[in-house]
Ligand binder design. Structure first.
Ligand SMILES: [Zn+2]
Length: 304
């Protein structure tokens, strides 16, 4: 999958590789859905490719796997013994996970070449895990690479940050994201520009058939202060709880517009505070009375 907004970053990585300045520990920071993981995966596959030197020789080239050597066939099959991915959903990355990575790094490569570890959402490392990783970071070896990704760089310990080559991954030219989404037939939604910095998040919604729901949430957010019937809204959030974050984002954007149109700053702050409490309650309180929470929020926003 070619993600055009990543091309400049990919070129810079290839440049540092050609110049033998490529750092053994890469840290990719950026919002959810910007393509950090796709970038890491392609980079990992390239570092394992037996033809990487030829592949990256030309100026302006990027680090990409050749796709046909023995290593590439193994990565394509998802069975490359020298590639390891650590990812967790929800819970934390513990010290045992990191010890497993160190063991993996210490053993010789099965394909007689590089070994690559990708740690997704590395901010989920516990303090003990981060300390255990320091040893691997501090003893670089020529043929061992670590690629970390995070959307929460501020949560990473300074000791980890200072030992990695950090790259901020972001969509600089939003037109590239817009065109890419159009090529997926995603266009015409008024809210779409809010997510040009997270194109893969939008693609994910398309794959999950959620675009329609999000469009409805947007309409609810724009009419929220005037409406009194929240049944459909509550149904959408009940069925797809992860979308409550999107709904509050839409409401927050509405408030920003109202602030620019003359809403008092005090009222604006009260409303934003109510919004973030609403979001927190939704994610933290099990069995929350959603209809009540929604109408309370509407009441506060109406009076602000
Ligand atoms: Zn290859």
């Amino acid at each position: 999958m070619a993600l055009p907004w990543l091309h400049d970053t990919q070129q810079r990585l290839a440049q540092s590789f050609r110049g033998q300045r490529f750092h053994h520990a890469q840290l990719f920071c950026g919002p959810i859905g910007v393509g950090k993981f796709e970038l890491s995966d392609q980079l990992a596959n390239a570092l394992l490719c037996q033809n990487i030197v030829q592949q990256s020789a030309a100026a302006n080239s990027i680090l990409a796997p050749c796709g046909h050597c023995k290593s590439c066939l193994l990565t394509l099959a998802g069975t490359h013994p020298d590639k390891r991915l650590t990812q967790v959903d929800g819970q934390s990355i513990g010290v045992d996970d990191i010890r497993g990575i160190s063991d993996f790094m210490n053993h010789s490569a099965a394909q007689n070449g590089n070994k690559v570890v990708v740690i997704k959402n590395c901010e989920k490392m516990t303090t003990a895990a981060a300390n255990a990783l320091l040893k691997t970071l501090e003893e670089p070896s020529n043929s061992r690479f670590l690629i970390l990704t995070t959307s929460q760089a501020a949560q990473l310990p300074a000791t980890i940050l200072s030992r990695c080559a950090k790259t901020d991954i972001k969509v600089i030219n939003t037109q590239l994201a817009q065109q890419w989404l159009e090529s997926l037939q995603i266009k015409g939604y008024s809210w779409l520009p809010l997510f040009y910095s997270q194109p893969l998040q939008v693609k994910h919604w398309q794959e999950q058939s959620q675009l329609q729901s999000i469009d409805m949430l947007y309409k609810f957010a724009t009419e929220f202060k005037q409406s009194h019937n929240f049944k459909v809204l509550v149904d959408i959030i009940n069925k797809q709880p992860e979308l409550v974050r999107i709904f509050t984002l839409f409401l927050s954007e509405q408030l920003k517009q109202q602030l620019m149109q003359g809403m008092s700053f005090d009222a604006y702050q009260i409303a934003q505070q109510a919004l973030s409490e609403f979001l927190q309650n939704n994610t933290k309180i099990l069995g929350l009375n959603l209809p009540l929470a929604v109408s309370r929020l509407a009441h506060i926003l109406r009076n602000s």
